[in-house]
Design a protein around this ligand. Structure first.
Ligand code: MG
Length: 403
């Protein structure tokens, strides 16, 4: 069933430390964007506004990921050229995180450290990966995610619109579900409010407008060191779908987007599985935070629950190994060494995969197994496991024959 955008809300706030708000956003179903500008003398404001205006005036919907990438490339070129031409705007740039809802999917285009989250079944999941120095360090194992959150250089981003003539943009598509709430936000939120708190606020409702306000208020209460922008939208089943009314199409029309192009994109998405089955695209090798395909098959388990499950599994394995070891040490048997001499072993005469032996050699006799009589030989070659007393007595009996 197709989905409709049932509710949406957006708020932006200068915060408590900055003089101006350099964030910009677009909340125009089915397209939502957050851009966080940077550059002195309010140039960041210009850069983020160009990004959002480019999105607003774009003809999106026919090929969602490609359309988002085109918006990013067009905006990048315009910002870059303006920065080159005008010393007042030199060095300006902006992040861009945009979502385009089509049918039952959400396409995302992403550059920088603004983020997109999905709130589903009470869990908040980050859908984008920051293009930031600290996140690179986390990926390389040089920093833990907890260290990255408080790192002094956490606001340095490694990709932005503006600094270079071209830009790499991550694009990917997520299958959506009725009830999903999506959040796009600038780092003024995520730098001030933990993901647990964001999940609690978004989950508490009672509506997206109230959640947006509480997110901004919480960021300000925690310091408000940067501009804070939040865009929220919720998807529900489109009840009108069967009577031919395409709510998403209507929203697209009101947004100045061709409804036909959106419907065509929906039909295309529904007609071909390759669209969603293809791995998330990332130009020039960018990688999205996680694969939407794998997540569709395997519902995400919260991190703390995964850690507890891993610890529990480890304890079970350790307990099983301990039991096997204790039981194993009760057994003894008489066998031969690789050179054919009779030997006394402790444990069970078995070997596990990876060459793990359940026995250890205790004593070796000078007597070769070939010297034994038939009865003794069958005991030795059959590796009858038995108690310590029996095995030691048999070994001693054989060994005494050598003298
Ligand atoms: Mg910021």
């Amino acid at each position: 069933m197709a989905l409709r955008i049932a509710e949406q809300a957006a708020l932006s706030d200068v915060g408590r430390a900055r003089q101006s708000n350099e964030d910009s956003y677009l909340e125009r179903a089915p397209l939502f964007v957050v851009a966080d500008g940077m550059g002195g003398a309010r140039a960041g404001e210009v850069a983020s506004a160009i990004a959002v205006e480019t999105a607003r005036s774009s003809d999106v919907g026919a090929s969602p990921e490609q359309d988002l990438a085109t918006v990013v490339h067009d905006a990048n070129r315009e910002i870059y050229e303006k920065a080159q031409a005008d010393s007042e705007h030199a060095g300006m740039g902006t992040t861009f995180t945009g979502a385009l809802v089509t049918g039952s999917e959400v396409a995302v285009g992403h550059v920088g450290d603004s983020r997109m989250y999905r709130f589903r079944d009470g869990e908040l999941e980050r859908l984008t990966q920051d293009h930031s120095l600290v996140e690179e360090f986390v990926r390389q194992g040089k920093l833990t995610p907890e260290e990255a959150e408080v790192h002094p250089q956490r606001s340095i981003i490694t990709r932005a619109l503006g600094p270079e003539p071209d830009v790499q943009v991550d694009t990917f598509t997520f299958p959506a579900r009725a009830g999903d709430i999506y959040l796009i936000c600038s780092d003024g939120l995520t730098g001030m409010v933990s993901e647990d708190e964001i999940a609690e606020i978004v989950g508490a409702g009672p509506n997206l407008g109230a959640s947006a306000k509480r997110l901004i208020d919480t960021a300000n209460r925690n310091g408000g060191r940067d501009n804070i922008t939040v865009v929220l939208f919720r998807l529900e089943d489109d009840a009108d779908e069967d009577d031919g009314t395409d709510t998403l199409g209507d929203q697209a029309t009101s947004a100045g987007v061709s409804a036909d192009s959106v419907r065509a994109a929906v039909a295309e998405a529904e007609a071909t599985t390759t669209h969603t089955a293809a791995p998330p695209r990332a130009e020039s090798g960018g990688v999205p935070a996680s694969s939407p395909i794998s997540r569709r098959r395997e519902p995400r388990i919260p991190r703390t629950r995964r850690i507890f499950a891993a610890i529990a599994a480890l304890l079970v394995v350790l307990a099983a190994v301990a039991v096997i070891w204790v039981v194993d040490r009760q057994f003894w048997f008489v066998g031969t060494t690789s050179s054919g001499q009779v030997a006394l072993y402790r444990g069970l005469p078995y070997e596990l995969p990876l060459g793990i032996r359940l026995y250890s050699r205790e004593r070796v006799s000078a007597v070769p197994a070939t010297n034994l009589d038939a009865k003794q030989r069958s005991y030795v070659l059959d590796h009858h496991a038995r108690g310590r007393g029996d095995s030691v007595a048999l070994f001693d009996q054989i060994d005494a024959g050598a003298r």
